[in-house]
Design a protein around this ligand. Structure first.
Ligand code: 5GP
Length: 181
């Protein structure tokens, strides 16, 4: 594994992730059959999850991305969500599937959901690979959830710490020393 000496523990293995994503893709395929959803990925953390999920789903769909920032270089949310890149496609009247890597306080997704309805989305459902329920500040309804995890900062499978570790295949917890640099 790359960056191996900086990883303390594998929390969820690549194989477990693939089994779960397969399962989620089946549910998404079933629920959106006959519709043409607009799938919106939240950059940057959701890009690998989105790519795997959509290649396993058998659907006619459109893809767009939104980029928001609420963490900066820290491991906790500032509580303020800035839209760095908005949608390029029209979402008015569309069934939107919002794809996110991880839900922590819930602030990011509730803000994006509000924005999508403001732009005229007909429906907005959420697919999130991970959730930390103990950290929730805003209640959020997740239709397609991969795993609930404890209150630990995780990296890999698209998720970063200071832009590093995104290409780790497993979801990992880092050694404390990494945060002291
Ligand atoms: P929330 O707004 O729910 O507090 O935060 C959601 C965003 O925070 C996620 O999209 C993700 O970018 C980031 N985030 C929350 N927890 C973690 C974590 O454990 N690891 C990483 N890499 N990002 C996280």
């Amino acid at each position: 594994m790359k960056n191996c000496n900086e990883v303390k523990k594998v929390l969820i293995s690549a194989q477990e992730i693939q089994i779960k994503v397969e399962d989620l893709a089946k549910n998404v395929t079933r629920d959106y059959a006959g519709k043409r959803p607009l799938v919106v990925g939240v950059l940057k953390g959701a890009w690998i999850f989105l790519a795997d999920l959509l290649r396993k789903a058998e659907l006619d769909l459109d893809v767009d991305f939104i980029c928001v920032s609420s963490y900066g270089n820290r491991t906790y949310s500032s509580g303020k969500v800035d839209v760095l890149k908005d949608l390029t496609m029209e979402c008015r009247g569309r069934d939107v599937l919002l794809v996110e890597d991880i839900i922590d306080s819930g602030i990011t997704l509730s803000h994006i959901k509000e924005l999508l309805f403001f732009h005229g989305a007909k429906s907005v459902e959420i697919a999130a690979l991970l959730s930390k329920p103990s950290r929730r500040k805003v209640s959020i309804d997740v239709k397609y959830l991969g795993f609930e995890i404890p209150d630990e900062f995780v990296v890999g499978y698209g998720m970063d710490y200071q832009e590093r570790f995104r290409t780790l295949k497993d979801i990992c917890i880092l050694n404390e020393e990494v945060y002291k640099r």
